[in-house]
Design a protein around this ligand. Structure first.
Ligand code: MSP
Length: 500
């Protein structure tokens, strides 16, 4: 079995999980489940990013130790995964001791290989926090996000990483691997950033305590991004106790990330790996942002947020997964809303797929005593279905999560049209057409089995119930086959009950 290693970004623990985090975990899970389904040896990693100024600042604002805040919020992220039916193989926390040790090892190697030096770092500093603020947390008018007091421009002696030494190697990487970053527009963006000239970056902080200690200069901790990026590599060293999975899974096949962290992953990350003489990952897949109903950034105060927990409680994970994969074209921003969710739930899940499933099972029960006829299937329909799995495989190999689902959905619709065209209820009224009736029902059962298997990565729970009701159990071959009939179907409560 070919190994396949896939990761999400790791989430900051200064806040709690929201729909954007859920989205990234879901699309990554769809790809991981798909690869397992086609027989790959998959390792799927997610987790939390716990060091750095923003976490230290949030903890200070709440009057707790950073570790306490990290423990509390990391648990929320971890608990969200099973709620979303996300099948990660490990959950890394960057405060794990083994992670910290391995970060020190790799960065010490980079230091020994001559890619670091002591330099002068300049930034906006809050004397009350004793902390430099990163650009995106600074309030208007250069004020501290916690104290709202004005920040001062300060300098400190820091360790720097020689990013500039990787100008050419990175240019070569982008020239040789046009699919290193997908979709294309993000590849172009990263390449343009490199072409504009790379400056060295600060690697450590002297005034911050909340981080991984620099082993050759313990008065410093590593700048959080260096510690965070390494999670993808360190996790393999200790995810399975007593085993080192690095050989088996490195380099990562897919890092799934949001567009806001492209520079770190497309530029810093491969440069760091090259500096440590470690292979670079195969692909970065960059998704867009989920936006509020009004197309603006999701924000509680604007009241335009779709609350994942509310949807999960009322409709379950499968419905949320379907909605997000369907509504937001992978790689682009997309607005999501309660109304949009409701429309897809009613229109697609309850009416199209749910109805197809329940109708098919009911007709087999009623007209064939619950046994899938052995009559063979419709040639023409079989020919149409021949394209389903190859097309889905091809799209998901490029992480085209929403296009692949669109493709599958065309087949759901095709089967509904088939029901209407062949009207089994009318065939059932004519004794002479029993053969045709059996062929139509066998074809529907087989078509339903095929689309359901294709939908397993998207809706793992509901598809499982439906496959059981179809009596296919373990028979998960991915084909529209004319074999294996004669099985008994069982009753299935409405797959997606009407919501109103
Ligand atoms: N901790 C860093 C990532 C380090 S990876 C070595 C980080 N954390 S985050 O919590 O802010 O974001 C985690 C992921 O969620 C990122 O890929 C980010 O792009 C994604 N999203 C955060 N908000 C989002 C939306 N509104 N929509 C979609 N994804 C978004 O960045």
């Amino acid at each position: 079995m070919a190994p396949f290693y896939i990761t999400t970004a790791i989430s900051y623990v200064n806040g709690v999980p929201h729909l954007g985090h859920a989205y990234e975990a879901i699309v990554t899970d769809v790809l991981a489940r798909h690869m397992r389904q086609v027989g790959a040896d998959v390792f799927f990693l997610t987790g939390t990013d716990e060091h750095g100024e923003p976490v230290a600042d949030a903890a200070r604002a709440q009057g707790v130790d950073p570790q306490v805040l990290a423990d509390r919020n990391a648990e929320r992220f971890r608990a969200l995964m099973p709620q979303l039916e996300v099948s990660n193989d490990f959950f890394i926390r960057t405060t794990d001791e083994q992670h910290k040790l391995r970060v020190q090892e790799v960065l010490a190697r980079i230091h020994e290989r001559g890619y670091t030096y002591m330099g002068l770092y300049e930034g906006w500093y809050c004397p009350r926090c004793a902390d430099f603020k990163v650009e995106n947390e600074i309030l208007d008018g250069n004020r501290c996000p916690i104290h709202e007091t004005e920040l001062t421009r300060e300098q400190e002696e820091n360790w720097f990483f020689r990013l500039s030494a990787f100008q050419e190697p990175l240019e070569r990487l982008f020239a040789e691997r046009p699919d290193f970053v997908l979709p294309q527009h993000h590849f172009n963006e990263a390449r343009a950033f490199i072409a504009s000239g790379l400056a060295d970056v600060s690697l450590s902080r002297a005034r911050l305590n909340w981080g991984v200690r620099v082993p050759w200069d313990p008065g410093h901790v590593f700048y959080v991004w260096f510690d965070a990026l390494l999670n993808y590599y360190t996790a393999l060293g200790y995810a399975r106790p007593g085993e080192d999975l690095t050989e088996r899974y490195w380099p990562a096949d897919f890092h799934i990330i949001g567009k806001d962290i492209l520079k770190f992953h497309a530029v810093f990350w491969p440069a760091m790996l090259m500096a440590a003489d470690i292979e670079v990952p195969r692909h970065l897949f960059v998704h867009g942002f989920l936006l509020g109903a009004d197309g603006r950034k999701m924000s509680k105060s604007l009241g335009n947020v779709l609350d994942p927990f509310e949807v999960l409680e009322r409709f379950g994970a499968d419905a949320l997964r379907h909605y997000l994969c369907r509504e937001v074209t992978f790689g682009h921003d997309g607005a999501v809303s309660r109304d949009g969710f409701q429309a897809r739930y009613d229109g697609e899940l309850a009416n199209e797929y749910g109805n197809l499933a329940n109708r098919t099972l009911n007709m087999i029960e009623r007209y064939c005593d619950g046994v899938v006829p052995t009559a063979g299937t419709d040639e023409a329909l079989r020919a149409e279905f021949a394209g389903l799995f190859p097309r889905v495989d091809e799209l998901l190999a490029r992480a085209e999560v929403s296009l692949a689902l669109e493709e599958i959905w065309q087949y759901v619709r095709r089967l509904n049209r088939y029901v209407e065209e062949r009207a089994p209820w009318a065939l059932a009224r004519e004794q002479s057409r029993v053969g045709e009736l059996q062929m139509v029902l066998a074809s529907l059962a087989e078509g339903l089995r095929a689309v359901t298997i294709a939908l397993v990565p998207y809706m793992p729970a509901k598809t499982q119930s439906l496959l059981e009701a179809l009596g296919v159990g373990e028979r998960e071959e991915r084909a529209f086959a004319a074999a294996g009939y004669g099985g008994r179907v069982s009753a299935l409560a409405p797959l997606f009950p009407k919501s109103t």
